[in-house]
Design a binder for this molecule. Sequence first.
Ligand SMILES: C[S@@+](CC[C@H](N)C(=O)[O-])C[C@H]1O[C@@H](n2cnc3c(N)ncnc32)[C@H](O)[C@@H]1O
Length: 230
Amino acid sequence: MITALLNKFRKRNKQKLREKKKNRKLEEKKASWTSRWGSDEFNPFWAREDFPDSIQELIDDGSIPQGASLVDIGCGSGYLSAMLSEQGFNVIGFDFASTAIERARAAYPEIPGKLRYFIADATASMPFQETFRIGIDKGTFHMLPKINRPDYVNSISKIIEKGGLLLMFYARHIAVKLCRSSGDEPGEIMKGHILKLFTPLFAIEDIRPMTFKDTMEGGKAGFLIILRRK
Ligand SMILES: C[S@@+](CC[C@H](N)C(=O)[O-])C[C@H]1O[C@@H](n2cnc3c(N)ncnc32)[C@H](O)[C@@H]1O
């Protein structure tokens, strides 16, 4: 009896500590991104001129159907959201950094019914009602602390329609951090990590090598993960 009570107490305590750690990690990230986007000096090239070829290919081959509703998860200063809306997609971009959304609204103004922005956290519930055929995550999930990732899957699964796609970019140098030893193949380890987290809400449809454009010559290697909402 006492042992059972003790175990219950320990379990509850562990859960509380985990919740605390999750909130702390997320708040740290949010403060850091809010400060970066709030500084005039922060003007990364990927936020203004990196429309991924791999997304254009999916548009051209019809995998992203013309006119589809689309959500840009962690939209930063809005470049990708705006370029997609220019191509005829109905886009909502959201980011948890208010300073990013301020920049997005200033650089690429909202167009009613076509391009809108929200301040929202990808690991929590959304401040809008819409669901989407396509979700694009360029650089958000791969930067999330591991402890916050299950909440991301849960929350994003609620806004992607059944049968819809979630397209996620994962840089190779970040995938390397998931490896336990230098002999591990980052792509394989990352695939296992994604499978474990996203199953059964999503199925992996494909993982394609891709190159992030970069100021470095040749760009940075990475992966485009194509997930289908089940
Ligand atoms: C590497 S930047 C990429 C920005 C944009 N996708 C682009 O390619 O220009 C990652 C973005 O994700 C946002 N972000 C990180 N964690 C987030 C979260 N939990 N919810 C919403 N946005 C988040 C950051 O504020 C940042 O704008």
